[in-house]
Design a protein around this ligand. Structure first.
Ligand code: PLP
Length: 360
């Protein structure tokens, strides 16, 4: 008799335990390194996602089409769109790659901010496209007027909230960019840090997808959902755009474990709220500590902060590394700022201790 999924999990001794699963403690690696360099969520996936992962071992022999359909349906329901308005990706990085492949070329540029999340520039250049950068404005928002004025744009990429500055581009600015962009230019809004944004001027642009055929919104399960190692993301856009992205995509690029964990995560709103609260409390503590040490930070709507070092960041990053605290890399447009991810309170205590030693 074939084993049901639940029976299989019980066979592994996890069925009953799954309901009361302990939360993963991800921070402790044998190296003792405190990793505050990649804006991951130190608390990991929701217990419901971990239970779903354990229940899914019995599915790995099969291609993941059914689970992909189920996740696409959940995402569609969440955003009030039809399932043909959703595409899943092997992380939102894959979504960025698909957008670059489908909508940039040697004659259609990528327009992006400086500094911003750079991955899409790599993908666009690999396809022969020019990547044009436009500096953020004085409040670290995207300078959308200048971005929209670049001639020959295939894609305008807006990361909101922005990595690495942690700043937002206000809702009104986003709306006017999207409403005024040439129909031949795709606007890709990367909302990887959406759940952390608390500023009332921030707003997701997902609701605009219904009326804007040149808008794509990317989301990830790597941040608030704590699944960076599983690789899961998606985009929402009008069906014709999704079809063009799908033409570029490898079949079944999201694996079955990521799919089941993503579904369970989407259903666990309480875990999202808890993650947001913990991040905010730890971030406030860190900012206050840094303030006490005389260091200003850019107001952050994300799970990382940008610290004004008032000196070159490179040596500080190296000295922190020697103390086994990994922080963000040098960002050429802001070489005197240090980006640090918000970890657990214990990790941030290690960060502050090392930082004090390094800057004193
Ligand atoms: N977009 C932004 C703004 C990011 O900061 C990151 C990762 O740090 C990604 C996309 C990639 O996320 P994923 O893990 O979903 O590929």
């Amino acid at each position: 008799m074939p084993l049901s999924r639940r029976a299989f999990a019980q066979l592994l001794g996890t069925g009953a335990a799954a309901a009361a699963l302990p939360r993963l403690v991800l921070a402790a690696r044998p190296s003792g390194i405190v990793r505050l360099s990649a804006n991951e969520n130190p608390y990991g996936p929701s217990p419901a996602a971990i239970a779903a992962l354990r229940d899914a071992f019995g599915l790995v022999a099969r291609y993941p089409d059914e689970e992909a359909d189920l996740l696409a349906a959940d995402v569609a329901k969440l955003h009030g769109v039809s399932t043909d308005g959703v595409i899943l990706g092997n992380g939102s990085s894959e979504i960025l790659k698909l957008v670059a492949a489908a909508f940039t070329s040697s004659s259609r540029k990528l327009v992006m901010a400086s500094p911003t999340f750079e991955a899409i520039a790599r993908y666009a250049r690999a396809g022969g496209a020019e990547a044009v950068t436009v500096p953020l404005d004085g409040s670290y928002a995207h300078d959308t007027a200048k971005m929209a004025a670049v001639a020959g744009a295939g894609v305008i990429y807006v990361c909101n909230p922005n990595n690495p500055t942690g700043s937002i581009t206000p809702a009104a600015t986003m709306r006017s960019l999207i409403e005024s962009a040439a129909p031949s230019t795709m606007i890709l809004v990367d909302e990887a840090y959406h759940h952390y944004a608390a500023n009332p001027s921030y707003e997701s642009v997902v609701p605009m997808v219904k009326t804007r055929p040149n808008l794509i919104v990317a989301r990830t399960f790597s941040k608030i959902y704590g699944m960076a190692g599983l690789r899961a993301g998606y985009a929402v856009a009008q069906p014709e755009v999704i079809r063009k992205l799908d033409e570029q995509k490898a079949w079944d690029s999201m694996n079955v474990m990521a799919l089941v964990a993503a579904r369970a995560s989407l259903a666990d709103n309480a875990y999202v709220a808890e993650g947001r609260r913990k991040n905010s409390a730890t971030k406030h503590d860190l900012v206050a500590r840094l303030d006490g040490l005389g260091y200003k930070t850019i107001p952050s709507e994300t799970n990382f902060v940008m610290i004004d070092l008032r000196r070159e960041a490179r040596a500080v990053i190296g000295a922190m590394r020697e103390r086994r605290v990994h922080v963000g890399r040098v960002f050429p447009a802001m070489p005197r700022h240090l980006r640090v991810t918000i970890g657990t309170p214990e990790e941030m205590a290690r960060f502050v201790e090392a930082f004090q030693e390094v800057v004193s």
